[in-house]
Design a binder for this molecule. Structure first.
Ligand code: G3I
Length: 456
């Protein structure tokens, strides 16, 4: 019996008295439906992760398909239904029916949803393919805004930009009509997405970014580092991880995951499939993710082999008939044997609050708030005094009823009442007179927020 099940059994047994009651209790437990440790989603959840699948709306009427989906997975990515051609087939005319169908299916069953994708050179509708320059930039930003707004509060993470780097050894951006609107198109898309849905994690997603030594991987890494340094709102990196003979699982995959994570972003394996579905390779991928605290979820790109975009490679965890493959058993076992702690926000390591030092040093904090009915986003600006900062801490007392639900570019301690916010690795150094920003989202009202800043 696994540890968690054993604990549950022990708790239930203690609640019963007498040998007969104990026996009855154990029998009841043994008869209970399988849960933690016996499905991909439940086992991943025990490790603080999700396990998801790409889902096609037109398969939701296939009961063999939904039986596996509903039993095994706790996250869903619409395979095509949120793409630009699907959601804005004519300029300014949005179509969310198929995507809503998937979102409703998932959320009504407690599954989370990854959004895929807001800005991409591919699967553009005809009207967009024919655009360029300022008109295209505006159309792209409007698309990001409208779609992220429609799904606001329903999508936990967005692939804001997909596949913007070229293959090969150059590390260059991929040429596309979007790229030709200016090199800043990616950060513009991220800023628009943050403004439209401040609660969603914003990811950059790409393929062939699994091998740490590849120029494309390094180019994406450099962009993410630059975004974090400049405060461009990015929270996660998606590694698609389509593995096959031409693009095999690399032995340095774990290095890639941990290196991105060290930039202060979550890492998600977003489109996993493996030609031939080697159990050993699937096991390695899961073990690599579990070894990196900020690798917080894995999505396979389809459920059964017949659902795959590469069906002839039989790359998934279930046969076309819906049977579990050896790779499934390997993944489940790897999830159940994982022993690393779940990916949580690292606990703050700063000392208790002290009175701001007098004199020329020190720091100040100001806050601007975007309030709506029932919630708000606060953007806090930390400004160094006449000396450079090497670490800072901000205290904010929230009004009664306000609860923090999400934060970015900061470590936090406390979600209600008096909350403390400290710099993360990349924004503790602030030059004299310079500023950095962090943000958080909360339920409730923002009345009377009054941040105070201390150094160190
Ligand atoms: O729905 C139409 C159908 O009406 C028509 O009869 C048929 C004829 O070809 O096409 C159908 O649309 C296809 C669609 O999948 C739905 O099956 C498109 O042609 C086809 O191009 C499309 O392929 C999708 C592909 O993205 C397009 O780029 C795959 O399903 C989808 O799995 C794949 O997903 C991408 C990720 O978004 C990004 N990373 C790579 C990944 C694999 O290519």
């Amino acid at each position: 019996m696994r540890r968690a099940q054993w604990k549950a059994a022990s708790r239930a047994a203690i609640a019963l008295t007498g040998v007969g009651a104990l026996a009855a209790g154990m029998a009841m437990l043994l008869a209970a439906p399988a849960a933690a440790g016996t499905t991909l989603g439940a086992s991943a959840a025990e490790q603080g992760r999700y396990f998801g699948a790409a889902v096609a709306a037109n398969k939701l009427s296939d009961s063999a398909y939904t039986t596996i989906l509903n039993r095994e997975f706790n996250s869903v990515t619409p395979e095509n239904e949120m793409k630009i051609d699907a959601t804005e087939p004519q300029q300014g005319q949005f179509s969310f029916g198929a995507a809503d169908q998937i979102v409703n299916h998932a959320r009504s069953r407690g599954m989370s949803v990854r959004g895929h994708t807001l800005a991409w050179h591919s699967q553009q509708p005809g009207w967009m393919q024919n655009m360029s320059g300022t008109a295209l930039r505006q159309a792209m930003l409007n698309h990001v805004t409208q779609v992220a707004t429609h799904f606001r509060g329903q999508v936990v993470a967005w692939d804001v930009v997909n596949e913007a780097f070229a293959d090969g050894g150059t590390g260059a951006r991929r040429d596309s009509n979007l790229q030709r609107t200016g090199n800043d198109w990616i950060e513009a898309a991220f800023r628009a997405a943050r403004a439209a849905d401040p609660g969603a994690k914003l990811c950059y997603n790409d393929y062939n970014t699994d091998d740490w030594t590849h120029a494309k991987t390094q180019a994406v890494y450099t962009m993410v580092r630059d975004f974090k340094q400049r405060g461009v709102p990015i929270d996660c990196v998606g590694l698609q991880s389509h593995f096959n003979s031409g693009s095999p699982y690399p032995s340095n995959y774990r290095t890639t995951l941990s290196s991105f994570a060290a930039l202060g972003v979550d890492v998600q394996i977003t489109e996993l499939d493996i030609e031939g579905a080697s159990a050993a390779t699937y096991r390695s991928v899961v073990q690599d993710c579990l070894a990196v605290a900020r690798c917080n979820g894995i999505t396979v790109w389809g459920i059964r082999d017949s659902d795959s975009w590469r069906a002839s490679q039989t790359p998934l965890l279930f046969t076309s008939g819906g049977a579990k493959k050896p790779a499934y058993d390997a993944v489940l076992a790897a999830l159940n044997n994982g022993s690393t702690p779940p990916p949580t926000t690292p606990p703050p390591t700063t000392p208790p609050p002290t009175t701001p030092p007098p004199g020329p040093g020190g720091c100040t904090a100001t806050v601007s708030v975007n309030q709506w009915t029932g919630g708000f986003v606060a953007t806090v600006r930390v400004t160094a005094g006449s000396s450079a900062l090497n670490g800072w801490s901000v205290t904010i007392t929230l009004p009664t009823g306000a609860t923090v639900t999400n934060a970015w570019n900061v470590n936090r301690s406390g979600d209600t009442g008096t909350t403390r916010w400290t710099n993360v690795a990349y924004n503790g150094g602030v030059g004299a007179g310079q500023s950095t920003e962090f943000g958080f989202q909360a339920n409730g009202t923002s009345t009377g927020l009054n941040p105070t800043c201390t150094t160190g």
